[in-house]
Design a protein around this ligand. Structure first.
Ligand code: HAM
Length: 413
């Protein structure tokens, strides 16, 4: 009997299923090892926050706030938004929990679901997963360089192919405001050559013109003034130090003065990793400094820097052999004595052995075939009062007296 039309996940969301999850879990473990090993603490912030946090934090004029947020009203009439990114929430938590009183910088990492109402395509989803890292409370260029190197190592170790790093500096908010005026004048002078979208944004956000693929717009920008040439001396020095540290570490990058990021909070360093192995959605991770954001959200003046990377894009760009789930070391088979089999499986697991037991009503022959398919190393046939151990590599079977004896054989194998 049908229960009505078949249900599907909402457009742009996806299910993570056992067939595809091993690579994802091993990437999570890699992140935990490398970021935890570098002394970053793991953090979780709520999946929805007050809409105002993102409007103020990410910026009213950004695409994210104008077009891409999933916003809802709760029963009390408050406006809430499913988080489109993690930095604003981390800053809110930093202020709310008085983390400026802790030894600085506070360095943390996070992993979780994020939401943007974008047109779904390969590598672009409405629910996606980010791995992110933030360091709050230091303006030392070494923090920028350390975080960039950590992301580079993670992406390389995850096997992301054809990786490129672009780097720039946006200076201070004041330098950017002056530069925006200069760029506006340049764009207005050649307005008829620009795309209609860029034209409509000259007033609110002229820097986003650098993101345009439109040929006419690109020609106008080719001889536009560059923000990198307008940096205040201390910002230029900060950028030179970040670059020197990356050079010392042997990390290749390209300085790209047209690199603007889609979020308004950036100051000084910005960077983006792309993979040419991906199609149009080639950005695997990016970030930068946001020295004014904590203060803007009601905290003390706090320089900070961080990045986030898209887990699904990383796995697409790494696309190695599809990995199988881990094989059990022991498969426990049984005919009449499920309770005995259950007890053996439990005792083996308590001793740290990976175990699966028969749960589908197969014949003994079918069970042993299944154990082979799972690539188990041994099978135990559990009877009421007896145990048989089969080495599935050699095919040899022998009676065995106790679970301890099984453990000895497993350990020796
Ligand atoms: P973002 O560049 O907007 O930065 O996002 C970071 C990464 O998330 C992107 O490089 C991409 O891999 C992934 N991503 C973004 N949107 C989607 C999507 N719709 N589907 C799949 N993957 C996506 C931020 O979010 C900043 N909070 C980064 C940051 C942290 N800056 C400082 N600290």
């Amino acid at each position: 009997m049908s229960g009505g039309p078949r249900l599907q996940a909402p457009r742009g969301t996806f299910d993570v299923l056992p067939g595809g999850s091993p690579a994802r879990l091993s990437f999570f473990n890699l992140c935990q090892d490398r970021l935890g090993g570098a002394g970053l603490g793991y953090a979780e912030t709520p999946i929805f926050e007050d809409t105002e946090l993102f409007a103020r934090g990410v910026g009213e004029a950004t695409d994210i706030v104008q077009k891409e947020m999933f916003t809802l009203e709760d029963r009390a009439g408050r406006s809430l938004t499913l988080r489109p990114e993690g930095t604003a929430g981390v800053c809110r938590a930093y202020v709310e929990h008085g983390m400026h009183k802790l030894p600085q910088p506070v360095r943390l990492w996070y992993w979780g679901p994020f939401f943007r109402h974008e047109a779904p395509q390969a590598g672009r989803y409405r629910q996606f997963t980010q791995i992110g890292a933030e360091a709050l409370g230091s303006d030392d260029p070494a923090v920028d360089a350390e975080l960039i190197l950590l992301l580079a190592e993670l992406l390389e170790e995850a096997g992301v192919r054809q990786l490129r790093l672009r780097l720039s500096s946006l200076g201070t908010a004041a330098a950017r405001r002056d530069y925006a005026d200069e760029l506006r004048a340049h764009l207005r002078a050649r307005e008829e050559e620009l795309s209609s979208e860029v034209r409509s944004r000259i007033e609110a956000n002229p820097l986003r013109a650098f993101d345009a693929a439109h040929a006419g717009t690109r020609a106008v920008l080719a001889d536009a003034p560059k923000l990198l040439d307008r940096l205040a001396p201390e910002d230029a020095e900060h950028f030179a130090e970040v670059r020197a540290l990356l050079d010392d570490a042997g990390l290749g990058y390209e300085v790209d003065p047209s690199l603007v990021r889609g979020l308004d909070y950036y100051t000084r360093t910005v960077f983006e990793f792309t993979s040419d192995a991906l199609g149009a959605q080639s950005g695997v991770g990016g970030g930068g400094r946001y020295d004014g954001l904590v203060e803007q959200l009601g905290g003390p003046p706090t320089p900070a820097v961080g990045w986030a990377a898209g887990v699904e894009r990383i796995l697409l760009a790494a696309a190695g052999e599809p990995q199988r789930g881990a094989s059990p070391t022991v498969f426990v088979a049984w005919e009449n004595s499920r309770r005995a089999a259950f007890a053996v499986a439990r005792r083996l697991r308590e001793s740290g052995v990976t175990v699966q037991m028969e749960q589908a009503g197969r014949s003994l022959k079918g069970q042993l075939k299944h154990a082979d398919r799972l690539r188990a190393r041994f099978a135990v046939v559990a009877g009421e009062d007896d145990l048989e151990l089969r080495d599935l590599r050699t095919g040899q079977a022998r009676a065995i007296a106790s679970v301890e004896e099984i453990l000895e054989v497993v350990e020796a194998s």
